[in-house]
Write a protein that binds this ligand. Structure first.
Ligand code: ADP
Ligand code: ADP
Ligand code: ZN
Length: 214
């Protein structure tokens, strides 16, 4: 099974991907995570991407499609893929079609996490993750069970993304509206789009995805 999770920043793509990985043994392919790893490692790609990401704009289609190609090449054909944050432009959607064909995969579902934009700034500015294992949290909506301690690994170190501030989020939302939302009709014409209410609670969204994926 190969699926795309589509939705603006803060829609819950990362949160739900982690649960799908756990439940179905799929792999999460997040271009955002790959780019942040490249920035941290100071690779040529990371050096090029950093300023663009800090502004909340999109890095080049070639860079992200190459990252996805490399990940798919390294994966077993039996492992399903969750595309999280990719494709984000029409050109990337076309590249994904070629990459899926190249790696012998079919696209089964494009799932839109439908959210109200007004909620996104609060979601994004309250987001933090465990430094050690990457588990995602929120100041208000997804607090660790014990304050300051990661539920999953017990670490007490957390981090926040430099681009998770109100100004950058506005740019990221505008990029989504202008460049990413227009790819939905392409998939709609193929009859593979489903919508899940991303404004529901985290567990309810997971249940909605479960109903869809079986
Ligand atoms: P995305 O990957 O789409 O940018 P995340 O999954 O990182 O979004 O979610 C953004 C923030 O909102 C995180 O802090 C997460 O804990 C929180 N969050 C995710 N889904 C929900 C939800 N359904 N209701 C409330 N908060 C949520
Ligand atoms: P979010 O979880 O808030 O949706 P991501 O982690 O997916 O954000 O992306 C963070 C940043 O990385 C984006 O603002 C953009 O600069 C860059 N990025 C990630 N994925 C892509 C992509 N597919 N195409 C272009 N830029 C991307
Ligand atoms: Zn942890």
């Amino acid at each position: 099974m190969n699926i795309i999770l589509l939705g603006p920043p803060g829609a819950g793509k990362g949160t739900q991907s982690a649960r799908l990985v756990e439940k179905y043994g799929m792999r999460q392919l997040s271009t955002g995570d790959m780019l942040r790893a490249a920035v941290k490692a100071q690779t040529p790609v990371g050096m090029k991407a950093k300023a663009v990401m800090d502004r909340g704009e999109l890095v080049s289609d070639e860079i992200v499609s190459e990252l996805i190609d490399a990940e798919l090449a390294a994966m077993s054909a039996e492992t399903g893929a969750i595309f999280d944050g990719y494709p984000r432009t029409e050109a990337q959607a076309e590249s994904l079609d070629s990459l899926l064909a190249k790696h012998g995969r079919n696209l089964d579902h494009v799932i839109e996490l439908a959210v109200n934009e007004d909620a996104l700034v609060e979601r994004i500015t309250g987001r933090f993750t465990c430094v050690n294992c990457g588990t995602g949290y929120h100041d208000k909506f997804a607090q660790p069970k014990v304050e300051g301690v990661c539920d999953n690994c017990g670490s007490t170190e957390f981090k926040r993304r430099p681009d998770d501030n109100e100004e950058t989020v506005r740019t990221r939302m505008a990029e989504y509206r202008a460049k990413t939302a227009p790819i939905l009709p392409v998939y709609e014409s193929r009859g593979i789009v489903s919508r899940v209410d991303g404004m529901a609670g985290i567990d309810e969204v997971t249940a909605g995805l479960g109903n869809l994926l079986g």
